[in-house]
Design a protein around this ligand. Structure first.
Ligand SMILES: [Zn+2]
Length: 487
């Protein structure tokens, strides 16, 4: 689609408009960034705080728009009506313009930041002028990127902006528009940056807003750079300030979970595995994985009859394992009794593998291609037997990422996680060079019978949300083999 400029209103006397920036015709839907240049509510600095910003966010994977809004002698609510109308139009035309309508961010500079923050904090103060079917769309943005914004009309005010916005009503109404006093828990999440040396709009504007957001529990990220005057735009090549667009994108994609449209080869991948057939795998784990479109391998064993009887209510039955399998998850072999394979003869190992395979077969579950060594250590003596039963890969608990090309498929490393160790989780999922993939092992969520390997459902949910928000692909061992033509 070529760059298109759309008038915001039917009334041709109103000069405000929305630029839909050029984007490829055949492309997936993307989150939107509506760029709102500054100008003290007396002008719109499109050439410096409009086009270059839109171009930059377009490269970061967003669908971009630029707002040209009414300024002095037009007063409140006209600029505010313009931005809210633009947001409604973007949502209304989401399909046509390839936008994800629940992921519309506004990015404003200086007084444009005040305009964006008005949309994100006090949208209900602005009367909707009836226009067309787009009126029915919600108008609060899903996120705000505020660059050296005008916020307060108090001690640290950039009073020129408020005078332009309010005209004759300046003295009477300026307090209403001191937006740090208007933040509620409903306010839109914000990425905010400012420079300490800003003489025009003091840094306190951003500090006051961040403080109000913290008090009200609104998600926000604040960057204060020591140097640079007002209006640093894209940072003019400064090593520190010029990082902000990428940091803002990370806030939207990571913290807020905006959808990243990167092709799969650029996406990070994690292989998830779950051991010992805990009931919580079906009750807690599977629904969450499904919600996020994740896959995983469940390594199943049955333990001794006596032990199993005692702990029956915590362990998955045959039909329950079939349910997991029918949900699309991989069921792997973890032996029948969970013995130390190094101590067993070939015949004994065969029996362990075969009885579990038979049990799975009786329950209508496909024959496993993945195996996990009971207890974790590699058992070299078992490898020929495993291969005899068609097992292609075997997981140990030797730490480190999986390198399919360099490592033995029968000795796959992995990181066991337990006790809600968040740092170990972050470390594990970010480990590995190009061509390597981290393999993670969880036991029960929670694990009632083996409490020393417990993971709490709350922590597990936070881990999965992290993977989703950070755009990981989460797959099973079998899927990884298939993707590499090994299965
Ligand atoms: Zn185990």
């Amino acid at each position: 689609m070529k760059e298109t400029i759309l008038p915001l209103w039917k009334d041709s006397a109103i000069e405000s408009n929305l630029t839909i920036c050029a984007h490829p015709e055949k492309d997936s839907r993307r989150p939107a960034v509506l760029v709102v240049p500054g100008g003290g509510y007396g002008g719109v600095c499109r050439s410096t705080e409009g086009d270059p910003i839109a171009e930059c966010f377009s490269k970061l994977g967003f669908r971009t728009f630029i707002l040209h809004y009414r300024v002095s002698p037009h007063r409140f609510p006209e600029p505010q009506q313009d931005i809210l109308r633009a947001i409604r139009l973007i949502r209304y035309h989401a399909e046509e313009w390839n936008v994800i309508p629940e992921q519309v961010a506004v990015c404003g500079f200086s007084a444009g930041g005040h305009l964006c923050a008005s949309a994100g904090i006090i949208p209900d103060d602005v009367e909707v002028v009836p226009e067309d079917a787009a009126d029915a769309m919600p108008s609060r943005p899903d996120a705000m990127i505020l660059c050296y914004p005008v916020i307060t009309s108090g001690k640290y005010a950039h009073s020129g902006s408020f005078k332009n916005l309010l005209g004759k009503e300046y003295s009477k109404r300026k307090r209403e528009f001191s937006l740090e006093t208007r933040v509620t828990k409903e306010s839109a999440p914000a990425f905010i940056w400012h420079t300490v040396e800003d003489q025009a709009v003091p840094v306190e504007n951003s500090l006051l807003l961040a403080e109000a957001m913290r008090k009200n529990g609104v998600v926000h990220e604040l960057h204060i750079f020591p140097h640079g005057p007002h209006g640093m735009q894209l940072g003019y090549g400064r090593a520190d300030i010029s990082q902000w667009p990428g940091q803002a994108a990370a806030f939207l994609y990571g913290t807020l979970g905006f959808h990243r449209a990167d092709p799969p080869e650029y996406r990070r991948t994690v292989v998830l595995t779950f051991d010992d057939a805990c009931k919580s795998h079906l009750e807690t784990v599977a629904p969450l994985l499904k919600k996020y479109g994740f896959n995983a391998t469940f390594f199943v064993c049955l333990f001794t009859d006596e032990w199993r009887k005692k702990n029956e209510k915590y362990l998955l039955s045959g039909p329950e394992l079939k349910q997991l399998s029918d949900m699309g998850f991989e069921i792997g072999n973890h032996t029948w009794n969970h013995p130390d394979l190094k101590k067993l003869s070939d015949d004994e190992i065969s029996k362990e593998i075969e009885s579990l395979n038979d049990f799975l077969k009786q329950n209508g579950i496909p024959e496993p291609v993945s195996f996990a060594y009971p207890g974790g250590p590699y058992a070299e003596n078992a490898v020929p037997v495993l291969k005899k039963y068609g097992l292609i890969t075997a997981r140990t608990t030797e730490n480190g990422p999986w390198n399919l090309k360099k490592q033995d498929l029968m000795r796959v490393p992995c990181t066991p996680l337990q006790k809600d160790n968040k740092l170990a989780f972050y470390h594990a999922v970010s480990s590995g060079k190009k061509g390597e993939v981290p393999v993670i092992l969880f036991h029960g969520v929670p694990d009632i019978v083996h409490d020393w390997v417990n993971t709490s459902p709350e922590c597990f949910a936070a881990f999965m949300k992290y993977l989703y928000d950070n755009d990981y692909r989460v797959i099973s061992m079998k899927q990884y083999l298939q993707e590499n033509g090994l299965c």
